[in-house]
Design a protein around this ligand. Structure first.
Ligand SMILES: Cc1cc2nc3c(=O)[nH]c(=O)nc-3n(C[C@H](O)[C@H](O)[C@H](O)COP(=O)(O)OP(=O)(O)OC[C@H]3O[C@@H](n4cnc5c(N)ncnc54)[C@H](O)[C@@H]3O)c2cc1C
Length: 398
């Protein structure tokens, strides 16, 4: 019997397995695929990842991002730049393999090419059946992504918003792109309720579209239109995109659904911990993996009576952020053209947003700042109107 079994060794599971092993517990990590494996993902890590991982993760970073080209359906392009890194680009095969190796180095037993097919929770243990065998543990961490088996079997009735995204890998084969070093493209006009992107990696560009508000029913046609018109892809051979779901934060209704049972915890995509503005999930997957592992370790060492501390931590650290982000996403994707125009005139707002990605501020405080600015803008407009009406009235009386 293991202390803990972690199902799925993407960023959430690999970080959880490493953290549990570091706490001196016996851990089995089960992964369906063999690492390194390709994963449909933009592979953009926000710069705050520096606060979460050991510095040697930079060995798998393929590009450091300082510049963002914003545009609307290929038009109205303007650039935002930052002297400090905004994001780091990784290919998920190398990044995830790096994290799994860390888990192994810390002492976790890793079984790859082994898919969990059944999970049962009993009062005194959890049992996981795979195509190769059966394993028992005191606690299980469900880190098996957007279509989580653990969520379906141990958290019946848990549902959330799952939206479609597509991505393709454009090999440069010695060709160059007009994009230039250290830059990405974000296009708010190519897919209803979402955006298109071009992310540079070593010798390739990752290109994709995601409809984060679920308004575009055919992301494939949006992808084709984007790759046909995007200037950074001129002259390059662009493959068809591969699809994968993004399990977004599901709002207050989802917040009421627990992420723990007596012996199980859900993390990362399996728990729908994805930010609704950009669809950023890797950072939250790793952070939730670490939080869940620490809660499980305290429980297994007899320091706490149960696993609810993880629910409380997600509720206090993630959900207020996601709520603020959801408000911002609504404005962004309901009025994308207006927002694009406003941002081109007020790039200082983008600096504030970049501070979230750098870990210097939060969605909550950015939304509060924006609200205050909007209120003083409206107050100023009302004052100006009143003043001009008053002076018109005075000149009329003279
Ligand atoms: C097109 C697209 C682009 C994206 N771009 C970005 C981006 O640029 N930046 C960002 O931060 N996020 C991005 N995301 C989101 C990001 O990919 C996820 O949020 C992140 O991968 C979640 O990590 P995870 O460990 O929870 O799950 P995953 O990374 O999905 O890992 C789950 C693991 O579990 C394994 N597994 C599944 N079922 C089983 C089973 N039954 N038994 C054993 N193993 C199993 C899988 O093989 C997989 O390795 C993107 C998503 C999509 C679809």
């Amino acid at each position: 019997m293991y202390d803990a079994i972690v199902v799925g060794l993407g960023p959430a599971g690999a970080v959880a397995a490493a953290e549990l092993a570091r706490a001196g517990l016996s851990v089995l990590g089960l992964e369906w695929k063999a690492m390194p494996r390709y994963k449909v993902c933009g592979g953009a890590l926000s710069a705050r990842t520096d606060r979460l991982l050991e510095p040697d993760y930079h060995s798998v970073v393929e590009e450091t991002i300082h510049r963002v080209r914003f545009q609307f359906a290929g038009t109205g392009a303007f650039e935002f730049s930052s002297p400090e890194p905004i994001a780091y680009m990784v290919m998920r095969d190398r990044f995830d393999a790096y994290l799994v190796q860390k888990a192994r180095d810390t002492g976790a037993v890793v079984r790859q090419n082994e898919r969990a097919v059944r999970v049962c929770e009993y009062t005194d243990r959890v049992e996981v059946e795979t195509q190769q065998g059966r394993y028992r543990s005191k606690v299980i961490v469900g880190a098996d992504g957007a279509n989580s088996l653990v969520a379906r079997m141990l958290f019946p009735g848990r549902r959330g918003r799952v939206l479609g995204a597509l991505e393709g890998e454009v090999l440069l084969n010695g060709a160059t792109s007009s994009l230039g070093a250290g830059a990405i493209v974000l296009d708010l006009g190519v897919v209803a309720g979402g955006y298109g992107w071009v992310f540079p990696k070593e010798g390739r560009l990752s290109v994709g579209v995601a409809g984060l508000q679920g308004r575009h029913h055919n992301p494939r046609s949006a992808y084709q239109e984007f790759v046909r018109t995007e200037s950074a892809l001129d002259g390059l051979i662009v493959p068809n995109g591969l699809g994968h779901p993004i399990p977004l934060y599901g709002g207050k209704a989802a917040e009421r659904l627990s992420l723990t049972t007596s012996r199980s915890l859900l993390v990362g995509d399996a728990a729908h911990l994805v930010d609704p503005v950009l669809g950023e999930g890797i950072y939250y997957a790793m952070l939730s993996g670490r939080m869940a592992a620490r809660t499980a370790a305290d429980y297994l060492k007899g320091l706490t009576p149960g696993l609810q501390a993880y629910d409380a931590q997600v509720a206090s650290e993630f959900y207020p952020e996601f709520r603020a982000a959801a408000r911002m996403a609504w404005a962004l994707y309901t009025f994308p053209r207006l927002v694009h125009e406003a941002l081109s005139r007020r790039p200082d707002v983008l600096h504030l947003y970049a501070d979230i990605l750098k870990g210097r501020t939060t969605y909550k405080s950015l939304v509060a700042t924006m609200r205050n600015r909007l209120q003083s803008f409206i107050a100023r407009a009302i004052r100006d109107r009143a003043a001009s009406a008053f002076s018109r009235g005075c000149s009329g009386r003279n």
